[in-house]
Design a protein around this ligand. Structure first.
Ligand code: SF4
Ligand code: SF4
Length: 682
């Protein structure tokens, strides 16, 4: 194509498109800036590596073999196609065969381009089959808008890739293909294009290609496929590693009136960015224990509704914000805009209630499975807990059971009506030192509320203490001075209460100059390890599954030859040890160190493990909707045929023990790994 009228028309259309896209980028950014600031630009090297692995390497998606391979092929195909698309755009400016200077590399790219165009075409057909013929559950929607969106985008992609092939074929037939370009598919199609009509067809296909690209660019900001622009930055700005801590609230901040998330402006800007980045893939729903057991919570829908609310409310807030800034510049009172009837209705609506159901928020177990699976690293749990915080601290909208638990936390520093003075009763006669009487010790055994007060978990505390005594560990407990670690109150939205408990515990431990903590509870472990530092408490914290392994490896615990009784053990990963802290091997290694014990894995295991249903404060709430999560999980564990279910968490222990009782299975026991080990120690 020589530079001429076509180029002039192209440049006009192109500039108009770029201006329109830029306008939308500014509009969407202004919505994000309505929300709270948060530093997400630290540790750049790690962020780049995370982006490389998750976004470019598609590491999360490839865990799902078939669907992952389809999506990854589309994504990698896009990257390669960028060469072809950029060449087409450059042609519009009269620059032909720009990439030829890459020589054989460009030859390879053009070969790949042809192959990828075919693959993408096949992937589009497969996607349509999965959605409309196979009717895959997580891809289904009742929204006509969503169906149009999906089909329109797939059609545009189909036009983009097919016109690449047709353009190449016409170029080959007309003898105008670049010298380094190799078009295996184009060569085949070229045989069906006469050289006389080829130049004209090339121009037609080029225009179709360009118009599809420009339409695609401009349609994206209005579509659920906005993630094409935002997903890579979203991974870059996401939390590095697992999302295992919540941001504290500074209750002393002057003028602070809102605690938690009442509306979109109370989220971190990253949550709004998350909402732009959702691909509607449904992976979060497919692993969510609440969604899977028939409850109304859909983590996908929570994110989508945040975006809906942002698009409804943010334009009004942005307009007022601009006016406020202008007024400040001009040193005058800002004028208050008269809202239209529609705008007033929007402002009168509530994020929680009109967009997101409070019931859904209360159904979350904070298991983190949604975040684990999300291919673009969306962070659902901080958003959900943020909204719970406002329900608790701004509206006191909580269930009577949770109200009771909060009351007990306040008066007894534990969720139950036990006196703090009874905290060490489990240790009576067990020869366990209490810090107040024996302030010199090497390791603090953080017992936790379950280990202190729950009949079943108290036995685990005794078993673990015996193991430490056998290994000669110099340890003590805080006894009456220990308070709940704060996790359940935190995740149930009562940050004020958690703040009080956490600070009190830190003061106590600092008084005893505690450096090293071991605990049998994953919730205590995670909170003290990953959240106490935000409150000024920095301690070395070890979960007993790793601690026991270290004692075995160092020869301090000697295992008997051959197990007594147990042969098959089904191991259940607790979310706060597995997913939150990526400890999958340590508990298994402890079990495997006992000769004769055979670990059986349930269907969902390891980083795909299924929650027991107790986290996020659920232990203290009623589960009224759908199937009980603990029953679902217990059934899976029982299906392994194991005689023993091994757990490493008192929450899981309680839920699974209840599950086994409910299923009326008498020959299966739920045991903590410390108990299994104690039975096999010489
Ligand atoms: S954290 Fe677990 S329960 Fe909560 S929304 Fe995510 S997957 Fe569902
Ligand atoms: S939140 Fe993540 S996993 Fe869930 S639908 Fe959106 S992109 Fe998929």
């Amino acid at each position: 194509m020589e530079f001429g009228i076509q180029n002039a028309i192209f440049i006009l259309i192109f500039l108009f498109s770029v201006a329109f896209v830029t306008r939308n980028v500014i509009r969407l950014t202004s919505f994000i800036l309505i929300a709270k600031p948060e530093n997400r630009s630290d540790r750049i090297g790690k962020r780049i590596w995370q982006t490389f692995m998750i976004a470019f390497g598609q590491s999360k998606l490839l865990r799902f073999k078939a669907a992952g391979a389809i999506h990854a092929s589309i994504f990698w195909g896009y990257l390669i196609l960028l060469f072809s698309a950029s060449q087409s755009v450059l042609e519009g400016f009269g620059i032909k065969h720009f990439w030829n200077f890459l020589g054989p590399v460009y030859s390879l790219i053009t070969i790949l381009t042809d192959v990828l165009c075919l693959l993408i075409f096949a992937a589009i057909v497969t996607s349509l089959l999965r959605r409309f013929v196979l009717k895959i559950k997580r891809l289904q929607t009742n929204s006509g808008g969503e169906i149009f969106d999906a089909v329109f985008i797939l059609a545009l992609i189909a036009v983009v890739v097919s016109t690449i092939l047709l353009q190449n074929a016409a170029a080959v037939s007309a003898g105008i293909a670049g010298s380094s370009a190799v078009h295996p598919v184009g060569n085949i199609i070229a045989a069906y294009i006469s050289p006389e009509t080829a130049p004209m067809l090339h121009d037609i296909f080029w225009w179709m290609h360009i118009i599809a690209i420009l339409l695609f660019m401009n349609y994206l900001p209005y579509s659920k496929h906005l993630h094409v622009y935002t997903s890579i930055p979203n991974v870059f700005f996401s939390t590095i590693g697992p999302v295992n801590s919540l941001d504290p609230i500074n209750f002393e901040e002057e003028g602070a009136e809102i605690f938690g998330v009442v509306d979109i402006e109370d989220f971190s800007w990253k949550t709004i960015h998350d909402s732009y980045s959702c691909t509607h893939c449904g992976r979060c729903d497919s692993v969510c224990p609440a969604f899977e057991t028939g409850k109304i919570l859909s983590p996908q829908d929570i994110i989508i509704q945040i975006r809906e609310r942002t698009f409804d409310r943010a334009p009004i807030l942005v307009r007022q914000k601009k006016e406020n800034q202008q007024a400040a510049k001009e040193n005058r009172q800002p004028k208050q805009f008269q809202l239209s009837e529609e705008e007033q209705k929007t402002m009168d609506k509530k994020l929680i209630g009109d967009y997101i159901s409070p019931e859904a928020l209360w159904q979350c177990t904070t298991c983190g499975a949604c975040m684990q699976e999300c291919p673009v690293n969306i962070e659902h749990v901080p958003a959900i807990v943020g909204m719970r915080r406002s329900l608790v601290m701004m509206e006191a909208a909580i269930s009577p059971e949770l109200q009771t638990a909060f009351g007990n936390f306040e008066t007894n520093a534990t969720p139950w009506a036990f006196s703090p003075s009874e905290r060490a009763d489990w240790a009576d006669g067990a020869g366990v030192k209490i810090a107040a009487q024996n302030p010199d010790f090497d390791v603090l055994f953080w017992v936790g509320c379950f280990g202190s007060f729950d009949d079943r978990s108290m036995k685990v505390s005794v078993a673990f203490s015996k193991l430490m005594q056998k290994a000669g560990v110099d340890f003590a407990i805080l006894g009456a001075e220990e308070q709940c670690n704060g996790d359940s109150a935190r995740r149930a939205g009562n940050e004020f209460l958690a703040d009080t408990l956490i600070k009190s515990n830190i003061d106590t431990m600092n008084r005893y100059n505690v450096k090293k903590i071991v605990t049998t509870c994953p919730h205590c472990f995670n909170t003290i390890l990953n959240e106490y530092p935000d409150f000024g408490g920095k301690f070395e914290v070890i979960h007993h599954s790793r601690f026991l392994m270290d004692l075995i490896n160092s020869g301090k615990l000697k295992i008997k030859n051959g197990s007594e009784g147990i042969v098959n053990v089904a191991y259940h990963d607790s979310c706060y040890i597995g997913r939150y802290n990526e400890m999958y091997d340590e508990p298994r290694d402890t079990i495997k160190s006992i000769p004769g014990l055979n670990i059986l894995e349930p269907e969902r295991t390891g980083d795909r493990g299924f929650c027991c249903g107790a986290g996020g404060g659920q232990m203290f709430m009623e589960e009224t909707e759908g199937k009980r999560v603990n029953i679902e999980r217990t059934e899976e564990l029982l299906a392994t045929g194991a005689e023993t279910i091994a757990s490493n968490c008192p929450f899981c222990m309680t839920m699974l023990t209840d599950g086994v009782k409910d299923k009326e299975v008498e020959n299966v026991q739920v045991k903590d790994i410390a108990e299994i080990l104690l039975e096999n120690i010489g």
